[in-house]
Design a protein around this ligand. Structure first.
Ligand SMILES: [Zn+2]
Length: 376
């Protein structure tokens, strides 16, 4: 425990890195996967259970929380950690991305974005200053700059204008954030798939100075190959002594490929969302528990997994409760998926520390390529 925010790089293996982010609310081991707690809950999971999967930090969504129940209300009730019963670190996004993807009647100006709530149609404004205020009211440990992110593909002129607007907003975010010991502000690199724009963005962010840096504007429809092509150079454009966060990624093989290229933090709704639709991520690939082949199968989902879904229940049970629409279905599969994602992270951390990342990665891909165990 520490009173300040800091990042210590412990070991590197190729471009892959492992280290520890220290915050007053606890340490975050990197590379880190952050489960998403959109509406002040990781859906279908008790906070104790999320911690038991090995998560050191959660992500909260500014857009959702400002609309319901409202940032002022959460502040009055003692902040997001107390409100949702999660004492460990929380990272909040800026709201910018979700305004663009969810809200109605958006209007974008130099000042910020006005929009109508997708819940009740009420009118709101988000600016860099308002986003910093909301994230302070929530009590977020890692605050993200307010930015704008075009969907891909977009033409170069659109990417360039958007990136430069985001850099002006980054400077305003830094100014509005002020000096808050123990809390961190991360800048967000933009620039689409254009290497020179990514460099310009990285230089602008370095000039402002942040506690960490996100690679933004990826996982927005460009595909894995294009994303990895950007990650072959983007992390190295950012300061080596600060955490690097890839936003909104991803599937297990996306995560492994990102860490291999120098990313330290990631978040994604995939393990929790898929858990509620009957999809399990396992060492041997994706298993659809709704398939009839599981109906009489007494074996666990993954015999090597120590999570409750695998150690206490059969495939037949998981299949039955999914088909019957029982709540425990989403609970067990979400738990398993989060557990598996954290196991990938701890496996990579250990491998990087031992200088054996390449070997670990080969094993990861070989086991996945086998596919699910044969039906009975
Ligand atoms: Zn499991």
């Amino acid at each position: 425990m520490t009173a300040t925010f800091s990042f210590d790089l412990k070991a590197t293996d190729g471009a892959a890195r492992t280290g520890v982010i220290s915050t007053p609310r606890g340490n975050i081991r990197t590379p880190a996967f952050m489960p998403v707690g959109t509406a002040a809950t990781v859906k279908a999971m008790m906070p104790e259970s999320v911690a038991a999967t090995g998560a050191d930090i959660l992500l909260g969504n500014t857009y959702h929380l400002m609309l319901r129940p409202g940032a002022e209300r959460i502040e009055r009730l003692g902040g997001l950690h107390k409100f949702m019963n999660w004492e460990r670190p929380i990272l909040t996004d800026s709201g910018g991305f979700q305004v663009m993807s969810l809200a109605d009647l958006r209007k974008l100006t130099e000042k910020g974005v006005t929009f109508k709530s997708h819940i009740d149609g009420s009118k709101h404004e988000l600016t860099p200053e308002r986003s910093m205020e909301i994230q302070r009211q929530l009590g977020s440990d890692i605050v993200m700059c307010f930015d704008e992110c075009p969907a891909l593909p977009s033409d170069r002129a659109r990417i360039e204008d958007s990136m430069r607007l985001s850099m002006r907003w980054a400077a305003r975010s830094r100014e509005a954030f002020g000096d808050r010991p123990g809390h961190a502000l991360f800048g967000i690199q933009q620039g689409g798939l254009e290497q020179d724009l990514r460099q310009e963005s990285a230089d602008a962010l370095r000039g402002i100075g942040f506690d960490g840096y996100a690679v933004g504007g990826l996982a927005v429809g460009e595909g894995q190959e294009a994303m990895f092509a950007v990650l072959d150079y983007a992390p190295a454009q950012l300061p080596v002594d600060k955490p690097r966060y890839l936003m909104g990624v991803g599937k297990p093989d996306d995560i492994v490929g990102a860490v291999k290229r120098g990313i330290d933090m990631m978040d994604c709704v995939l393990p929790s969302r898929s858990g509620r639709t009957g999809q399990a991520f396992t060492r041997r690939g994706v298993v659809n528990i709704k398939n009839a082949r599981h109906a009489d199968d007494p074996r666990p989902l993954d015999e090597q997994c120590a999570c409750p879904a695998c150690s206490k229940y059969s495939r037949a049970y998981l299949h039955h409760v999914f088909r019957a629409g029982e709540m425990i279905s989403g609970m067990l599969l979400t738990w398993h998926n989060l557990h598996y994602f954290q196991e990938i992270m701890s496996g990579m951390r250990a491998a990087i520390e031992e200088g054996a990342f390449e070997e670990w990665e080969r094993g990861f891909h070989e086991t996945r390529a086998k596919g699910d165990i044969d039906a009975l």
